[in-house]
Structures are given as C-alpha cells and as structure tokens.
Design a protein around this ligand. Structure first.
Ligand code: FES
Length: 99
C-alpha cells in the first residue's frame, strides 16, 4: 500500500423518520418514514423477497435498482423494486413468485 491519505470510516449521524408499519406476507413489519421497503425487510430478517423458478430465495443484490433481485408485489403492483420503493404506512407487500 502506498503512503496516501487515510480515510476515516466514522459513522455519520442520521435522523430517522417517524416509525411506521406495513405488511409483508400478512405479517406486520416495522419501518421508518424515508426508509426503503428493502431496508425494512432486511432489518426484519426476511429470508426471501421472492423465489426463483428453481425455488431459490431472491434477495437484494445491487441495492440501486438495476438487478431486480429485490422485486416484490406492492399494493397489487408486480415487480416493484424494493430497494427503490419507499415504505409507506399500511402498504401490502408480497413475495414475487417466478412465473
Ligand atoms: S437490489 Fe437490485 S434492483 Fe433492487
């Protein structure tokens, strides 16, 4: 490694929005205003956002909207990218099943 400047990796304080709740597969999931659906589901320990044709779990990969591995059904709309969708109070989210 060369003698370049070191970068501090300290945490940046962040303010959280108000607590909210939505539904995933019929179960309540706690979240915060301004948080994405993916962040809330990952924090809740959801093991799969969807299922592949082979039956494998789908989980977020890129977390920036390009891979669709986080796709869910949200309020009846299929293929919603959970990493881009804001969690909203009362929204109904379901796993995306391979078709
Ligand atoms: S994680 Fe890749 S599109 Fe959401």
């Amino acid at each position: 490694m060369s003698g370049g400047a070191r970068v501090s990796a300290s945490r940046v304080p962040a303010e959280r929005g108000a607590p909210i709740e939505f539904e995933f597969e019929g179960e309540p999931v706690g979240s915060y205003e301004g948080e994405t659906v993916a962040a809330a589901l990952l924090a809740a320990g959801v093991p799969a956002f969807g299922v592949t044709r082979e039956g494998d779990a789908r989980l977020p990969l890129c977390n920036m909207g390009t891979c669709y591995d986080c796709a869910v059904t949200a309020d009846g709309e299929r293929l919603v990218r959970a990493c881009l969708a804001d969690a909203r109070p009362g929204m109904v989210v379901e796993r995306n099943e391979a078709s």
